[in-house]
Design a protein around this ligand. Structure first.
Ligand SMILES: [Zn+2]
Length: 240
């Protein structure tokens, strides 16, 4: 399979209905719509792949790969996404805010958003045992380029060690909070030993991309199945 094969990596946040006062209601994809997205992917021959594996040149790539990723690690993933993924046999990669397991979205509440609980360790372990992968989304969800370099480096390194200690498995993937990164931040991610890092640049990933700056396709609540399909099609054919 060619290095040019598009690898759409879907970015979801919350699975549920937006509560009153939610600042970004688009981030809530309803459980029914999420299931329809999965059914579309399955029905069109997409195969869920593991992002850290698939960027390696020796890893076989199916004709229609897709990676499903979730940022922030909200508890609703356990309740709504996890069973739906299991039904179709798809994995997923969840980026955790490593300093906030079992807590809430303090970085969103700080700007006036509603409280959302995050996955606790028990749920994370249960999902891990069922094949869901976990990556790091820093310790506290800062804008990394706005931090002093030492603080940014700590966010990147400590979150990796914390996740590895708690889950007893290598933490190979990273996602930049707010998609905010630059060359020094990318260098800290490389030095910390991550194999892949996801941004919010909108495109399908390819093996020719920098593995520490992989694009994703942001999926929103108004991406009904036809629009979802169109978004996927457009990202697959777009050139960087
Ligand atoms: Zn985030």
């Amino acid at each position: 399979m060619s290095a040019e094969t598009p690898i759409p990596s879907l970015l979801y946040h919350k699975i549920g209905r937006p509560p009153r006062g939610a600042r970004v209601p688009g981030q809530y994809v309803s459980p029914g719509l999420f299931r329809r997205h999965l059914a579309y992917l399955k029905g069109h021959g997409y195969q869920g792949i593991s992002l850290p594996e698939v960027v390696r040149p020796d890893c076989p790539l199916p004709p229609l790969p897709v990676a499903i990723t979730f940022d922030d690690g909200y508890r609703c993933l356990y309740e709504e996404a996890f069973p739906a993924l299991a039904e179709v046999g798809f994995g997923a990669l969840v980026f955790l805010v490593a300093g906030a397991f079992g807590g809430a979205n303090t970085w969103e509440q700080a700007v006036g958003d509603v409280a959302e609980p995050l996955l606790d360790l028990g749920r994370i372990r249960e999902m891990q045992q069922a094949g869901i992968q976990f990556g790091s989304h820093t310790m506290g969800h800062p804008r990394l380029t706005e931090l002093p370099p030492d603080a940014a480096r700590r966010e990147i390194l400590e979150s990796r060690s914390r996740i590895e200690d708690l889950l007893q498995t290598p933490c190979r993937a990273f996602a930049y909070p707010y998609g905010d990164w630059d060359a020094p931040v990318r260098q800290f991610v490389a030095e910390a030993g991550y194999e892949v890092a996801c941004t919010t640049r909108r495109a399908a990933a390819r093996r020719t991309d920098d593995p520490l700056a992989l694009p994703r396709i942001n999926i929103r609540r108004y991406n009904v199945t036809a629009r979802f399909a169109h978004k996927l099609w457009r990202a697959r054919r777009a050139r960087p």
